[in-house]
Design a protein around this ligand. Structure first.
Ligand code: HEM
Length: 161
């Protein structure tokens, strides 16, 4: 960890909100519960869309399903990220030294890039897809499912490392 990052983490840990997260017995679990609700909606919405791309529920038009699910997955980020940051500032030095935490954030970034590549790529022609989605679209969907399951696994493992 660089000295600059270490100093920034110490500053974050000294914030009144960070102290409150450590001192009030109910606050941390309440924030973590909201974190879990947030990613349950996020990963639930993403997984339902990925399964459609993989061929489940072919009666549902892909773009119509995306129009329904995308606002939920994007909106849930407004809950996941702030609660994640609150959990983080409760003990930033330990988390920045925790490779599972760094791996988790890395996987979140890769999952985001994968979604961007899908939406900028095969998704643009989704109205014209044959009954079986193009191979590249299915690859993005499989990668997305694998990445989000790995993010959840890393999140859960944080308590043990
Ligand atoms: C974007 C998608 C995210 C998902 C799917 C996710 C998932 C999870 C999961 C499954 C847990 C374990 C919950 C439990 O078992 O009690 C967790 C905990 C945690 N998350 Fe996230 N998370 C996400 C984003 C973030 C972000 C952006 C941050 C911080 C910058 C963050 C920080 C944390 C911390 C510090 C914990 C540890 C809580 C503990 O064990 O005490 N998360 N997350």
């Amino acid at each position: 960890m660089t000295p600059v990052l270490g100093d920034a983490a110490k500053l974050a840990a000294s914030l009144p909100l960070a102290q409150a997260m450590r001192e009030h017995a109910w606050l941390y679990p309440a924030v973590e519960t909201l974190h879990i609700v947030g990613f349950a909606v996020l990963v639930g919405a993403v997984a339902m869309f990925d399964l459609r791309v993989l061929g489940f529920g072919r009666q549902l038009p892909v773009k119509a399903l995306a129009r329904h699910l995308l606002p939920w997955s994007v909106g849930s980020m407004l809950l996941v990220v702030p609660t994640g940051l609150l959990l983080f500032v409760a003990d930033p030095l330990a988390l920045l030294a925790n490779r599972v935490f760094l791996l988790k954030l890395g996987l979140v970034a890769v999952a985001g890039l994968n979604a961007l590549a899908f939406h900028a790529g095969p998704y643009r022609q989704a109205d014209g897809w044959p009954p079986r989605a193009p191979a590249r679209a299915m690859l993005h969907a499989l990668l997305s499912l694998g990445l989000w399951i790995a993010v959840i696994a890393c999140g859960r493992l944080l308590a043990y490392f």
